[in-house]
Structures are given as structure tokens and as C-alpha cells.
Design a protein around this ligand. Sequence first.
Ligand SMILES: [Zn+2]
Length: 474
Amino acid sequence: MGDLPDRSAAFFEWYLAAVDAAELTDKRYPVKGMNVWTPYGFLARRQMDRILVEEIERSGARPVEFPALIPQTEFQKEKEHIKGFDAQVYWVTRGGATELDVPLVLRPTSETAMYPMFALWVRSHQDLPLTVYQIVNTFRYETKTTRPFLRVREIHFFEEHSCQTDAEAASARVDANLASFAAIARRLALPYLALRRPEWDKFPGAFYSVALDIPVGGARTLQIGSVHHYRENFSGPYGIRYEAADGSSRLVHQTTFGLSERLLGAVVAVHGDGRGVAFPSELAPYQVVIVPIPGRNGPDPVPWARTLADRLRARGLRVHMDGREERPGAKYYHWEARGVPLRLEVGGREATQATATAVDRHGNRSVAGPEGLEASVEEALRAFDRRLAERAQTAFREAFAPAASEADLVGSTRVRLFGWCGREACGHAVETAIDGALLGTLVGPPPGEGPAPVACLVCGATEEIRWAAAGRPL
Ligand SMILES: [Zn+2]
């Protein structure tokens, strides 16, 4: 049992080792890129979904669930969208021994499943906005190297779809989605950048796309979600129209908001360390693990450990009591690798005094009880969450550096921020220099201090200059 590979020197080796050590997934399933959610990984996913559902429903969306199969005839209606997904689609062409008249697509995302139904559901302006979401699995035939949570072929996927009266209302929904994501990210202690992607990198069929990117060391970034404004690009081909108050017939404007199990991968990547995963307490399958430490003398600590577990569960905490026949040190190691925020050690002395020795995932110790025992355990969890968020913020700030010239981009070990005129040629020059991608223009303020850029990094133009970022997406 040694430490994991060095994270900064070998990110993916470290990442895979951290995921394996935490037993979040089993990738030995005999279809490449389709992994098994283990019990522990499933519990983490359930917490992730709970947070998503709470924030999304708070913003007015309602749940639906659409079938996984989409007729080819519907799938092909929006041409850009089809072009974007053609190479990644799984096809169902037979039912039993019978060739299907219309082949079926296993959804890579659900625009083309939902929109024929939206055309039936939306009649008048009174039906708008229509805002629904689902959490389902989507399927994409990835040809790049697959990695648990980051790039898989069966994806645990969240998608919101909305129909709005006009472009302005759709833009407002995009902003509402970005606000929801800010709340989700805060609960997971994940600092991120919202970036409006350049034209050549927007979602197939979108009018514009805002991506949510997380720096994960070096100049690397991980896109964990996106929000798209479709205007009438889908409502046209799918005939989603409504009767306006003045009696005219109009096409709806649409938006989508997508997140996936990558969020869990981001938590591993951002909060993990040389000992494995570290979960913020909101996401942790077990927030507290109790380890009884039997001694040669003194009372048996197990009854007190059980009482302690019950008292903490009564406060709504997710508590696991580790009663296995193992050395305490082996148990500590086991739960540290699994990212449990707080361990309570209970020996003879603690049993006698009705206390517990609390040790958080970063090794900070405190004594809980006998007075205010539950409250001090909760405070230890909050203190851990604060430190976790501070560490993530520090790493986030250090992940960026301004670029003053194209030369700064070459071989950069940071994500670079600079002024951009918006021209495609300058954008491509940036991509060549950094050997990565122009991630887009910042939505919201830049991370860190510094004056706003006044000129394009590439051409020196001074008109319509905006903050842009470039890095190397995973
Ligand atoms: Zn330029």
C-alpha cells in the first residue's frame, strides 16, 4: 500500500489510480468505455443527482423521461446536429430477426427525441415557457481513449430543455441555468470558468454555447457542462410553434443545459491528492466513518461507537460504522482513499468519556464531546468543507496566467488569459501557439486581478476586445 502516482507529473495515471483506490467504478465490464457503477460510486452519484435535482427544480424545471431510442427520420431533421453526432451514434437496426423499417438511434443526447413531442405539447403562449429535464443514460461511440467519468460510451447524463417565446427569454433561461450551475459548483467546492465557445467549437445546431470549464493542472481543462441557446434552429425543422397573444403563429426559441458524470470526475480531479479521492461533505457517500479501536484494557468501545452512529444519523448525517476485523491503520487508509470527510476514532478512553477523536480527510484532529458532541462533529465537517473550498480556490487562481504575446502561449503550463478581437484567424493562431484550444470568451469577471485587455493578443486590434482563455482540454 503506497501513495498514488505523482499527480503533477502523471495526471491520468494518478486519476485512474485514485478512482480505482476509491472503488467508484469497475471498468472490467466487457464493453470498452461502459463501466459498472459500484455500490460506493453509485452512492456518490446519488448525492450528485440530488444536488442537481434540488438546484434545477428550484429554477423551475420539471422532470420527464423520454425513451432511449429515436427514429432515424426524427434524428435527421436538424442537419448541423446530425453532422455533429453522426460518427458517435449507436444504431439499432433489428428487432429480433426482423430488419426495422426505420432504424433507431440510441440517444447520444435527446433533442431529437423530445422535440417532436414538444411540437405536440406547445400550442399557445400560455404553454410557455416549457422547461423540463431528465437524468438518463446517453450513448456515444467515443473513439478517443476512454476514462472513467471523463470519457465513456454510456454516460450518466443530465439534460434540461426549454421552449421560450423569443430570443430574449431564451437568453434569460441561459442566465438562469448559469446561476443554477454556480450554486451546484459552490456545493461541490468546484471553481470554474464559464466561457462562450468560439463559433467553430459550439454545440452542433446551437446559436451559441456557454461551456463550464475546470482547470485540472498544467494548462489542462475539463469541460463539465454546457448551456446552449438554439434560437429557432431546432423549432423550425421540428415545427414547434405557438400562437402568440396577437394571434400570430411563431416558432419557439429553445435552450438546453447539460451536465454529466464528468462532474464526479471533476471532484476527483480537483479535490483528490496523493492519498486518493476527497469528497466535500455534500457529495460524500459517507460523511462520517466511525472506527472502534479495541484495546487490551478498558471497556469495549463498540457499544459506544454504535450509540454515536445512531445519534449522528438522527441529525441527518450519513454515517458508516466500520466494524470489520482489521487493524485501525488499515481502516484509516481505506477510508482516506475513499475520500470520507471525517473519521471518528473511538477507543476505550473515548467510550469512558462519551467522546470521539475526529480526524478529517486532511488530517486535522479535534475532540468531539461529551458536551455538544453532535454539534462539534457538524462543525468539524463544515471546517473541512471550508478548507477544501479554500484549497480548490488557491489551485484555481494558480491555474491561470495572463499572456502578453503569442510566445507566452507556447509550451504554457497554465491556462492563459488575454485579449481577443473575435476574429477566427486570430483564434486559430492562438490554438496553434498553445497547441490546444481557444476555450472562448469569459462570461463574468476573470479569475484574479489585473487590468482588462486593450488589444488582441495576435493582431493588436483595439476594437471590441474581450477576455479570452486558451488551454488544452482533456
Ligand atoms: Zn485579432
